[in-house]
Every structure is written in C-alpha cells, then in structure tokens.
Design a protein around this ligand. Structure first.
Ligand code: 5GP
Ligand code: ZN
Length: 113
C-alpha cells in the first residue's frame, strides 16, 4: 500500500515527531498554515472519515484528546486552537490517511475558506 502517512509512521519517510504511542503518532506539518500546525494520526490506516467504523470510536476519541493535550503542551490551550479533519474533494483532503490538524498561534477566520 502506497500511503505517505503510513510511510511516516513506519519511519520510511522522515518527519518531526511531537508524540507517539502504540496507536497514535503526531508530527509537524511540512507546510504549516499557522505558527502551530501539528497532524495527529492513527497508526491504523483509514483513508477518510467516511471509512471509520463503530469500532474506531475510541481511537478517534483518543485522537481528539491527544490533540487537546498537545495544545496544552504547545501553550495554545487558553488562547485557542482549531481542530480540522478534511474529507474528500470539497474539503481539500490531499492525504488519504485520516488525520487531525491542530492549528493555532494566530487568530483564524470563520467561516473557513
Ligand atoms: P489534508 O489536505 O489532506 O487535510 O492535509 C494533508 C496535510 O499533510 C497538509 O497540511 C500537508 O501540508 C501535509 N503534508 C503533506 N505531505 C507531508 C509530508 O511529507 N510531511 C509532513 N509532515 N506533512 C505533509
Ligand atoms: Zn496510511
């Protein structure tokens, strides 16, 4: 399977790690859209949120809680941050391995573009 983020998890592709455990990996985005831009991903390959099953509920919960913890560690919890999961064409998903963007370090507009 040719998946960029699986390659990052397996360390075949270099990345700047922020956190790792048995089920999750977090690393810096190489094209940051804000001063803090971290990607939190499950080690399990799931292409899009459309492919998530009931059995993934705890995993996705852990993903969000880890992003919350990383926001605190990055010192952005109080000012705030945005968590984004893009799905498919209209959302602009480019890597088809589920990932949660943790964005902060500047004020962000709403609605998103
Ligand atoms: P998407 O557009 O699919 O929601 O987000 C994919 C993200 O992966 C983008 O923000 C993009 O900058 C990031 N990205 C793409 N290739 C690489 C890479 O090789 N390394 C890292 N660290 N991030 C990447
Ligand atoms: Zn993958």
């Amino acid at each position: 399977m040719d998946c960029l983020f699986c390659g990052i998890i397996e360390k075949r592709v270099p990345s700047t790690p922020v956190y790792e455990d048995e089920r999750l990996y977090a690393f810096r985005d190489t094209n940051p859209q804000a001063p803090v831009h971290i990607l939190v991903i499950p080690k399990k390959h799931v292409p899009t949120t459309n492919h998530l099953g009931e059995e993934d509920a705890e995993l996705i919960g852990k993903l969000v809680l880890k992003a919350r913890d990383l926001a605190s560690e990055e010192g952005i919890a109080e000012k705030g941050y945005r968590l984004v999961m893009n799905c498919n064409e209209w959302a602009g998903q480019t890597v088809f391995h589920v990932h949660l963007h943790l964005l902060s370090g500047r004020a962000m507009g709403w609605p998103p573009g």
